[in-house]
Design a protein around this ligand. Structure first.
Ligand code: AMP
Length: 380
């Protein structure tokens, strides 16, 4: 008999996990998501929903009593509450792993202690400490909120002495860290997986292009040489080995001017830069996550086709209902997340442009530029 899977968060990641779960009925009989938005994306593809805030303790207890295994699509869950329900359901990745990852300072300290390369950083607890740190790191440097930051919202790039106080005030008393600026050549990521038995597999390195701090495009594979890709995979595997948690993790990295790799941050969950795997790879990141948390053998991570993933983001100029997007071409796959309302830069869907006839990355980029306009989000 299949297990009942609980997911904290029922947005697009929960939706695509639910869809993957439905293809594994012998292992998963039902999915229940906990999400504050009624008719969340996951509920629209067959997940049962508990409607409550992600941090609502009673709701998490309810989920743990109903589910055999719990996972999450957001990293801001309360690790103490999750720990307290471990007797009811298995939780993967474990609350201990979540606790390390969800605080950027603890995460980087952990990586440093395990000899995994990261940018230089320090904890800062006052304006004076920020100023002291800047003497050491120079300009620019990044002041970062330690917790609950996503899509670049928790960062302030300090370019000069004039901006120090503004940067400090921006965070209004949040716990902070300061990080040396890395003049990177490329932003990349590895989707890495570790199952409950300790087996580790990584997907090939991909290249990420951001706009306004939000992922806009992923190019699979990254346009780097083999040495860089292999270095990144090794760092990702080593990270999974020391972190121990079970599941898929998105490991974001910078390629430096000397072709070194440093980790920017880790997400303890399936990741936007892994959406290309839905069509490009033997196993999708969503199936891989389920395999990992259920203790099944991990799937083959080979990339079969060059692929570009392009995020469909809410138009900057409006909030509200939007025109339905429809697009079909044999090598282009549109996935919409069925969100009713568009908001500026909200992730509403994505497009995978797949090199099924051995197209090069340049050819796929060309194809993308020809169709970009057709997938613009417009108000009704
Ligand atoms: P984060 O929210 O920490 O992932 O950062 C969002 C974006 O800010 C990254 O994708 C980078 O483009 C940039 N960034 C973050 N940290 C650094 C750094 N130490 N040096 C240069 N750019 C950075």
């Amino acid at each position: 008999m299949g297990k009942i899977l609980g997911i904290i968060g029922g947005g697009q990641l929960g939706m695509m996990l639910t869809e993957a779960a439905k293809k594994m009925p012998e292992h998963i009989s039902k999915v229940i998501v906990l999400d504050p938005n009624q008719n969340c994306s996951a509920s629209l593809v067959g997940a049962e929903q508990i409607t409550a805030d992600f941090k609502n303790k009673d709701a998490i207890v309810e989920l743990s009593k109903k589910a055999d295994v719990i996972t999450y699509e957001i990293e801001s869950g309360d690790s103490e509450v999750l720990k307290s329900v471990e007797n009811n359901a298995e939780i993967n990745p474990s609350p201990e792993t979540l606790k390390i990852i969800q605080d950027k300072f603890l995460q980087k300290t952990f990586l440093q202690n395990n000899n995994i390369p990261i940018p230089e950083f320090i904890k800062v607890e006052s304006l004076d400490e920020v100023k002291e740190g800047l003497k050491k790191f120079g300009y620019p440097a990044l002041l970062k909120a330690r917790r609950d930051a996503y899509d670049g919202k928790g960062n302030f790039k300090i370019d000069s002495e004039n901006e120090v106080e503004k940067a400090y005030d921006y965070f209004k008393g949040q716990k902070l860290m300061l990080e040396k600026f890395v003049p990177f050549k490329m932003e990349v990521s590895v989707i890495a997986s570790r199952n409950t038995k300790g087996e580790i597999k990584t997907f090939p390195l991909v290249e990420n292009i951001h706009e306004k701090n939000i992922l806009r495009q992923t190019i699979a594979p990254a346009r780097t040489n083999n040495k860089v890709s292999q270095k990144a995979s090794k760092i990702a595997s080593d990270t999974m080995d020391v972190l121990k948690g079970a599941g898929v993790f998105g490991i974001e990295m910078f390629v430096t001017q000397n072709d070194d790799i440093v980790i920017n941050e880790i997400a303890p969950r399936v990741h936007n830069s892994g959406h290309h795997t839905l069509q490009s790879s033997k196993t999708s990141q969503f199936e891989q996550h389920l395999r990992a948390i259920l203790g099944l053998d991990l799937g083959n991570t080979q990339l079969i086709h060059n692929t570009i993933m392009y995020n469909i983001l809410g138009n900057l100029n409006f909030e509200g209902e939007y025109q339905k997007l429809d697009f079909s071409k044999n090598n282009i796959f549109l996935k919409m997340y069925e969100k009713k309302i568009s908001k500026p830069l909200r992730k509403l869907g994505h497009l995978n442009i797949v090199g099924m006839d051995n197209q090069t990355i340049d050819q796929l980029l060309d194809e993308l530029s020809q169709i970009k306009e057709l997938v613009e989000v417009k108000s009704i």
